[in-house]
Write a protein that binds this ligand. Structure first.
Ligand code: NCD
Length: 359
């Protein structure tokens, strides 16, 4: 990208999020590499939600779907997923198809030349030569950021979207979660002033970490972190919330919080991060949403989950109108469409088509 000089890696790593965010923008100030939640400002989120909603409206007709497919049909995307994923992978895959982007995939890095001793950085740099966008999930926190930094120093930079990095960040999940909250509360005064409860493995759940950061942009939001003490949210996130003046509480009293919250965000235990042989002796039965909780849940509240679910939400709860997780997944595909359109500066075409449609 034009107009900016990337510092050496060690220097870059030491920068704060706002300085990094500036370096990951394109010349016109739009997000170019989408890597961490602190990159997103409120105006960006509002605009992205609007683009997503207009795009799905356009997609209701065959003509609209053909129009959307024409937008990026000259471009190719690589989905590099070096960590188990099906829902996020398919969500991005479908989002690419909606806008005509041709997707290709790397899902098993053990079949690539990494086996011959090539570094993952070299592999991705090589692959990037064939594509116009990289969508990446990696077990190592910060890997997508490293790749974006690396490509910024090459002659052929392509945008990188972080589709989940280690225990650290899942920025596009935060986008779809905000989009879900925004749609759920838009007729009732918006997200501002709501009480949002996060429940489960908050220590290692990257979705909660990213979403909590993004929600600091909505004045008056109160947060409740409901977890056994050994799985409570990290101090780094709490420090950011304090700095942003957010009112929050750490508790293990799930039953009380169910009756207080406007949105309850359930998560599973992330035991893939347990060391071999290690099993954390935590009783999570107290952090599960059961049919009995439906009676306590406020009538206008919503229940969310990034999925996949285990036992944190009983299946009997699924048919309650406040269970939002299936719609949340669908919202994910559309907000990813909007993000891709934003990166390729195609929103004005969406707004033009939409204006003609509703005229
Ligand atoms: C989440 C993830 O990968 O962090 N899944 C997802 O992307 N929807 C949550 C999880 O795995 O528990």
């Amino acid at each position: 990208m034009e107009d900016r000089v990337m510092p050496p890696w060690e220097e870059f790593k030491a920068l704060g999020p706002s300085e990094k965010a500036r370096l990951f923008q394109s010349g016109d100030g739009r997000v170019y590499h989408a890597l961490f939640a602190q990159q997103f400002g409120r105006a960006f989120l509002d605009a992205l939600c609007e683009t997503a909603t207009r795009t799905r409206r356009i997609a209701k007709t065959k003509g609209g779907r053909m129009f959307l497919q024409s937008l990026l049909q000259d471009r190719r995307a690589m989905l590099y997923f070096a960590q188990p994923s099906t829902r996020t992978f398919l969500s991005f895959y479908a989002a690419c198809q909606i806008v005509g982007l041709h997707p290709a995939e790397v899902r098993d890095t053990s079949t690539s030349s990494e086996l011959k001793g090539e570094s993952p950085e070299d592999s991705v740099r090589t692959f990037s030569s064939y594509f116009d966008l990289i969508i990446m999930r990696h077990p190592e926190g910060g890997f997508a950021e490293k790749i974006a930094w690396l490509l910024s120093n090459t002659e052929r930079e392509v945008p990188v979207i972080n589709a989940g990095s280690g225990k650290d960040q899942h920025p596009t999940q935060a986008l779809l979660d905000v989009y879900t909250l925004q749609r759920s509360f838009e007729a009732r005064g918006g997200i501002e002033g709501r009480t949002i409860a996060f429940v489960g493995d908050l220590l290692r759940g990257r979705t909660v970490r990213s979403l909590a950061q993004v929600l600091t942009l909505y004045p008056g939001v109160r947060m409740r972190f409901v977890a056994p003490p050994s799985l409570q949210i990290g101090q780094d996130i709490l420090a950011q919330l304090s700095a942003a003046g957010v009112e929050f509480e750490l508790t293990d009293d799930f039953n009380r919080v169910v009756g207080e919250a406007d949105a309850i965000y359930m998560t599973r235990i992330q035991d893939e991060w347990d060391k071999p042989g290690e099993s954390r002796p935590v009783d999570i039965s107290r952090f599960c949403f059961t049919p009995a909780h439906l009676k306590v849940l406020r009538p206008e509240a919503i229940l969310m989950h990034p999925l996949p679910r285990r036992h944190e939400i009983a299946v009997e709860v699924d048919s309650d109108p406040r269970a939002m997780y299936w719609r949340q997944a669908r919202n994910g595909m559309w907000i990813r469409v909007a993000l891709i359109l934003n990166i390729f500066a195609k929103e004005s075409e969406i707004h033009q088509y939409y204006a003609d449609l509703v005229r």
